[in-house]
Structure formats: structure tokens, C-alpha cells
Write a protein that binds this ligand. Structure first.
Ligand code: ADP
Ligand code: MG
Length: 265
């Protein structure tokens, strides 16, 4: 599969409230890969993702999507090329879950691809395990159910680029894995997937590459083994960790915990 660039980010600076939140970031995202964005709370992950979606202004530098600067994209063409799952699943009107998923098809109104509407919606519902929720009001769902319904909207959009901000944060163990299996299946058919994750072991197991952000800067980008060294994780997160191979070969990252806290006398 050709590894063509979806995004080329060069010297990106994002400034919010007079502060540089993203600082001189250079990063490529290629079709056919899952790229995990990791870093501590407040590192600038969501802001960087917002710059990729076109929602956060670029103060300095350049973000190209499919070779074209983001500023040259129309809102409609952007919506047909990249789909976004925001960190807060903002749906305030009492839409049903079915209606939320159907919204993913809005960008395709008037395009030949609209013929795929029913199939795209059905596939998205199946992959996110929400068939039993379709007639419920979105606002009445649990956090994890909202996250899956919002992911279904993103999948229904059927874009070449998929940007997910903490899609697994509210999910139970099985649904976390299922979301990342979906992400992998998108990459397998040539889509570019950027996913913000907190769980470094999940990122190590399911991402092709990891980009670690700290204080707005990209401190490391590469394979999980390249990025997730104990020294780097300790220096970025401020906590000592073990990085170990799991029985299936993926790396797992766990804090040093010792025994003293667990021993009750
Ligand atoms: P992350 O997603 O890595 O937790 P964010 O990108 O949300 O981090 O935020 C990075 C920093 O930018 C934080 O210190 C946050 O308070 C600040 N920030 C985010 N949005 C704004 C804004 N609109 N105005 C001012 N500061 C902001
Ligand atoms: Mg965030």
C-alpha cells in the first residue's frame, strides 16, 4: 500500500489566549497508518488535533492535507475528507442515536456517494455495537455509549482521514479494544487515522507510530519501541515506569508501584 502523506505539518505554532500551546511541531501522517498522539494532560494534544481538523487557527507554520494548505480547503471538501471525534461529545439537542449517526452522511448530500448512505450507516452501527441504542435520545446515554454513538457518526462519514480525540476514555475494556480494532481496519484499507490516547499500552499495541507531545512540543515520534522508553516516559510524565513485553509481544507500560502501598497489616 502506498504510504502517501495525508498530513504534512511543518513548524506549526498554535497560539491561544496569548500563549503558544503548540510549538514548532513537524509531523507527517500517512495513509494506511494509525498514529497515536500521547502526552500528559494539557500537553496540547487536542489543540494539535484541532489544527489538523482546521478548527484551531495556525499562528505560524504550515499544515497541508493531501498536499494542499488547509486554508485552501472549503468546509464541504474538508467534511468529505476528514471526520472528527471531539473529546467532548457535544450533542445538546435531544436527537436520537440513529439521527446522530445519520448526521455523518450530511457532507455527502448531492454527491454520488450518497447512494452509500444506508450501507455506511448500517456498517457504522454494527462496528460500534450500538444497534440496541438507536431509538434512545443521545443526551440520555452513558459516557461510553455517547462515545460509541459519536464514533459511529464519524465512521458513517466514510472519509479518508479520521481524527479521534480520546475515543476510548469512557469505554470499558472490551469496547476500548474494539475501537482500536476499528481504527486498525480503517488503516488497513488505506485511511489515515490519528487517535489521542492516554493508555500507553493500548497505543503500543494498536498504533503503527506514536507521537509524544509535552508542553506543546513533539518530543518523540516513531514506532512504539522507539518512543516508549522508560527514560522518556519518566521524563515526560514524571513517573517511573516499567516497559515490558506482554506475552503477545506488544509493549506494556506500567508505573513502578512497589509493594508498600498494597500490603495491609
Ligand atoms: P491536551 O489535549 O493535551 O490535554 P489541550 O490541547 O486541550 O491539551 O490544551 C493544552 C493547553 O492549552 C492547556 O494548558 C489548556 O489550558 C490550553 N488551552 C486550550 N484551549 C485553550 C483556549 N481556547 N484558550 C486558552 N488556552 C487554551
Ligand atoms: Mg485533550
Amino acid at each position: 500500500m502506498g504510504m502517501t502523506a495525508a498530513y504534512e505539518v511543518r513548524g506549526l505554532v498554535c497560539r491561544l489566549g496569548g500563549r503558544d500551546i503548540v510549538r514548532e511541531v513537524d509531523l507527517d501522517v500517512v495513509h494506511g497508518e494509525v498514529l497515536a498522539l500521547v502526552g500528559p494532560n494539557g500537553a496540547g494534544k487536542s489543540t494539535l488535533l484541532g489544527a489538523l481538523t482546521g478548527d484551531v487557527p495556525i499562528a505560524e507554520g504550515d499544515v497541508r492535507l493531501d498536499g494542499r494548505p488547509l486554508a485552501q480547503w472549503s468546509a464541504r471538501d474538508l467534511a468529505r475528507t476528514r471526520a472528527v471525534l471531539l473529546q467532548a461529545n457535544q450533542v445538546s439537542f435531544p436527537f436520537t442515536v440513529r439521527e446522530v449517526v445519520e448526521m455523518g452522511r450530511n457532507p455527502w448530500v448531492g454527491h454520488a456517494t450518497a447512494a452509500q448512505d444506508d450501507e455506511a450507516i448500517a456498517e457504522a452501527i454494527e462496528r460500534t455495537d450500538i444497534a440496541h441504542l438507536l431509538e434512545r435520545p443521545f443526551t440520555a446515554l452513558s459516557g461510553g455509549e455517547k462515545a460509541r454513538a459519536s464514533l459511529a457518526r464519524v465512521l458513517a462519514q466514510r472519509t479518508d482521514v479520521v481524527l479521534l480525540d480520546e475515543p476510548t476514555a469512557a469505554l470499558d475494556l472490551r469496547h476500548q479494544e474494539e475501537v482500536m480494532v476499528v481504527a486498525r481496519s480503517l488503516a488497513a484499507v488505506g485511511r489515515a487515522v490519528v487517535v489521542v490516547l492516554h493508555d500507553l499500552s493500548l497505543a503500543a499495541a494498536r498504533a503503527d507510530r506514536i507521537a509524544m507531545i509535552d508542553g506543546g512540543r513533539l518530543v518523540s515520534a516513531g514506532t512504539p519501541a522507539e518512543v516508549l522508553t522508560p527514560e522518556r516516559v519518566e521524563s515526560v510524565y514524571g513517573i517511573a515506569v516499567h516497559v515490558l513485553p506482554a506475552p503477545d509481544g506488544h509493549l506494556i507500560v506500567i508505573p513502578h508501584r512497589g509493594l508498600s502501598d498494597t500490603v495491609s497489616s
